[in-house]
Write a protein that binds this ligand. Sequence first.
Ligand code: SF4
Length: 507
Amino acid sequence: MPQEVGGALHPSFRIRQQFRESLRINRGIGKAEADARAIELLEGAGIPEPQAALKRYPHEFSGGQLQRIAIALALAPRPDLLVLDEPTTALDVTTQRIVVEALRKLATEEHVAVLFISHDIALLGEYADELVVMYAGEIVEHGPVASVLSRPRHPYTRALVDAVPSPGRTELPASIPGLPPGRVVEGECAFAPRCSYAAPRCVEEKPALRTVGVDHSARCCRVSELTLDAATELGESVARAPGDVILTARDVVVEYNAGNRSRVRAVDKVSLTLRKGNLTAVVGESGSGKSSLGHVIAGLQRPSSGSIEFDGAELPEDPMRRSKLQRRRIQLVFQSTSGSLNPRRSVGDHLHHVAGCFLEPARRQAAVEEVLESVQLSSHLLNRYPNELSGGQKQRVAIASAFLADPAVVVCDEITSGQDVSVQAAILETLARMQATHDTAVLLISHDLGVVRAIADDVYVMRGGSVVEQGRTDDLFASPQHDYTRNLMAAAPQALDAAGAFPSVAP
Ligand code: SF4
């Protein structure tokens, strides 16, 4: 099953045809038998009214339902092994849990071995039996999931575990310095340039995979000397006092045309306050209206009703009528950097273009150099194009261009979604540092409660377009009042304990 569910299901065939085709080709099964098998699997995957579902097209299902249908389709010809490539990356926590539960149930019933490729360590910690950790094209650690995560024996695994944000942790997760080599390295340990335990002999020979416990092995020549039980130092806790109010949204409503002259209400009378130097998070499942709200504040979308007061003045209802200063002072960082960075512009051209929109000519060069340094990107990246950067570097360029305008408010829309935990930790560190330096109000839209817990001062929980709960982050996580908030927290991967650590097992 590919990562993009669109690659697993044909958009112009009904679900029934897709099951029939797979079963005819793989098993030589006729239509009636194929339909019966499809209904059995769709039922097992928790798809409501499977009989009716067979007559529908992929676009008529939600993302989570499509993912479950794709799993059912992959299991239809009774394979021995199912390979899933990042199947839950784009899903919110609740949908993710439903999909993985469906996968586990179906795989158990069908006696299928599952190879689950993922960067979500907390999720794997909860569902996998065995864990294989790869770095630079090689296995660096392998063993039963509980023992690998609670007693990692390779420094890279230790660093990955420490980079996992958790609803139980109040500190920023620690990032791993440097970048992976992106190729197999011969004659030395590939992790050596980033390893805080590296010794001269690590670059003199390539470490072999050594047995370190029952069915547990690690590729590190210092494995017998190192004790990696204690977490490496975590980032700082980001508790901040409430700042002055810079932006207030009042009773914002966003409606979309849904065809047949009907309207869908995506945001329903939401009011929200952003404060200088504070980070406010909006959490909720896909479709909760959080991105629409962020787009209204950033000026990408006109609200159907409601008002926004920014720095003591009402913003025009039509975002196109915002003044140049207002546009400069409210910036947006998108989830997808492929949408926000022009592939034909080098990093330098991109940043100079942004500086050219907002800054005096005399200040531009210095401002570009300054902002690049503050997001910790080297100046030799100025000549690179987006396709020559890693995902984390691209997101840091996007953060740099937002802060280049010296904004008072930055809206960050799922900026770490789809990134692996170490890249995510580096992006969060950058955001926290930039925010502190510029005393900016940040609105973070996220479905990751671990990220929100680590970095936010205030949280708004949205569901079906409305805010169902709001409060200071510590209070809300310590004592969630609304059932929906409690459900969201329960749906977050639970492999990490209350202190944000993987529960330990006997050595
Ligand atoms: S071999 Fe050396 S550099 Fe490589 S992971 Fe082990 S301690 Fe670190």
